[in-house]
Design a protein around this ligand. Structure first.
Ligand SMILES: C[S@@+](CC[C@H](N)C(=O)[O-])C[C@H]1O[C@@H](n2cnc3c(N)ncnc32)[C@H](O)[C@@H]1O
Length: 289
């Protein structure tokens, strides 16, 4: 404090504030991080990076919602066993064909909906040391039983700001974000995962700008991705209807037209979870409940 009262020049005051407040007040000091990296890659890249860093030769990995098996087949050659589960038969057939074409003998593909316990029962218990999911279904209690006690789970999941303003103007969302579906917010997700003994070890948010040439181009897009226009409050997906929604779409275009075209924001999140007993109230070393 004595130092503060003596400081008179701006440089001296800044030096004092920097020492006392550091990064909090926008000062870089010796205590600041020595390197800050922009995420610099897309969310799909992040899942692959996490996988590449974590798999071992003896790993047994599980792809939840493996689809046509791109990621599964990419990592299968590097692990002992690679399993995928998906409810979509056509996509799973694509995965099977890829496995055959690549001559992979350590891949098991399971047809099933992870919401159905009987389907999940096809997977061995307490078996996988690494599971991951790329914009597929979320982990649940039945799936969690398939993971070993020290498993890692990497999860790419849609973010609450994907197409946010577009959904708002088209009446598909309330003005605050809520907990379910693609909008599963971080706090709800953290608490649901804690109930499955999963704690976050890395959380990253990714934002993308998508651009559309004109209203027709944007309309073609929203017609195609009907699933993005669902809203639980309305009792399920409410596909784009030109008669009902065109005026709102034009309003969106009016407010979001930039030099590059009509902008739409995309938002994805990547969580890395570690299986561990969750302590809701961390205790001091000498604390005894
Ligand atoms: C974005 S794709 C994943 C693509 C895949 N990772 C790849 O490398 O090609 C998401 C997948 O999750 C699957 N899926 C969604 N809900 C599911 C559920 N309840 N049970 C099983 N699979 C599901 C979809 O069928 C789809 O194949």
């Amino acid at each position: 404090m004595g130092k503060f009262t003596q400081a008179t020049t701006s440089e001296e005051i800044d030096a004092d504030l920097a020492e006392r407040y550091g990064d909090y007040a926008g000062f870089t000091t010796a205590a600041s991080p020595y390197l800050i990296e922009e995420y610099g890659e897309d969310s799909h890249g992040e899942v692959k990076r996490l996988l590449a860093r974590s798999i071992r030769r003896d790993s047994r990995i599980l792809d939840i919602g493996c689809g046509p098996g791109h990621t599964l087949c990419r990592f299968a050659p590097e692990v002992d066993e690679a399993w995928g589960i998906d409810e979509d038969e056509a996509l799973l057939a694509g995965a099977k064909a890829r496995v055959t074409a690549l001559g992979l003998s350590n891949v098991s593909l399971v047809h099933g909906n992870i919401e159905h316990e009987t389907d999940v029962a096809q997977l061995p218990d307490d078996y996988f040391d690494i599971a991951y999911c790329e914009s597929g279904p979320n982990l649940n209690a039945a799936l969690a039983r398939k993971l070993t006690n020290d498993a890692l789970f990497f999860q790419e999941i849609g973010g609450h700001y994907s197409g946010y303003q577009l959904h708002e103007v088209m009446g598909r969302k309330p003005y605050t974000y809520y907990a379910y579906g693609d909008d599963y917010n971080d706090q709800i997700l953290l608490s649901d995962m804690a109930a499955l003994d999963l704690v976050p070890i890395s959380v990253k948010h990714y934002f993308y700008d998508w651009y559309f040439r004109d209203v027709e181009h944007l309309e073609a897009h929203v017609k195609q991705v009907v699933w993005q226009l669902g809203d639980w409050r309305m009792g399920g997906p409410l596909p784009y209807d030109p008669v009902r929604d065109r005026t709102a779409l034009e309003l969106y275009a009016r407010y979001n037209t930039t030099a590059k075209g009509i902008r739409m924001q995309e938002h994805l999140r990547v969580f890395a979870w570690r299986r561990a007993r969750v302590h809701y109230y961390p205790a001091a070393p000498n604390f005894s409940p």
